[in-house]
Design a protein. Structure first.
Length: 195
């Protein structure tokens, strides 16, 4: 093998290694971000509203979620706690929900904290299920004052609720079971419970 041929082989090998490094890094990052707490992310098309539907209006959706009216449950130095009931109907899957977590929740633009929901439950395809217990929303003491002021100055007939619910569970379809987390984006308006 000549010196020039050896140089060309080493050069090609370096280019190949650089090529692998450039394309392997994004692939590795995608695999890492494809899981949360060991559950693979599954993007479902979920309709969120004030009434759960099953059956005829299911076209285009994998599931429906219905949120109840928030009800005050406790007040302390930490803030005001509200309980929110919900029901859910899966159009394609049966399975088991292990737990729910909540991210970036706001009510009328003010940040609220929603406690992790640790009441597991079973669900079946095309059957509406009421969650066993309520999700607890906590409005901090500081935001209670802002909320009270806003209600005095300009009480809105509807409250805007935004955030993301992460549904962790095992979903079954055609006899196969999959461990998944489903992000559900919430952007709804509910009737002001004070009016």
């Amino acid at each position: 093998m000549t010196k020039r041929t050896r140089y060309r082989s080493v050069h090609i090998l370096h280019l190949f290694c650089m090529f692998l490094a450039v394309f392997a890094a994004p692939t590795h990052a995608q695999n890492k971000s494809g899981k949360i707490r060991g559950y693979k992310i599954y993007d479902a098309h979920v309709k969120v509203g004030n009434s759960a539907g099953c059956g005829s209006e299911s076209s285009g959706f994998n599931a429906f979620v219905s949120l109840g009216t928030p009800k005050p449950s406790a007040i302390s130095l930490d803030g005001l706690a509200l309980d929110v009931a919900a029901s859910f109907c899966s159009i394609e899957y049966s399975g088991h929900v292990d737990f729910l977590t909540f991210r970036d929740f706001q009510v009328n633009g003010l940040a609220v904290y929603v406690e992790e929901f640790r009441n597991p439950f079973q669900f079946s395809k095309d059957v509406a299920v009421h969650l066993p217990g309520s999700a607890q929303v906590v409005i901090s003491g500081q935001n209670i004052l802002k909320t009270a002021y806003r209600e005095l100055v300009e009480a809105k007939a509807e409250w805007s609720i935004t955030g993301t619910v992460l549904v962790f569970g095992k979903f079954k379809k055609i006899g196969f079971s999959f461990k998944r987390v489903v992000p559900v984006r919430i952007e709804i308006k509910i009737k002001n419970p004070r009016l």
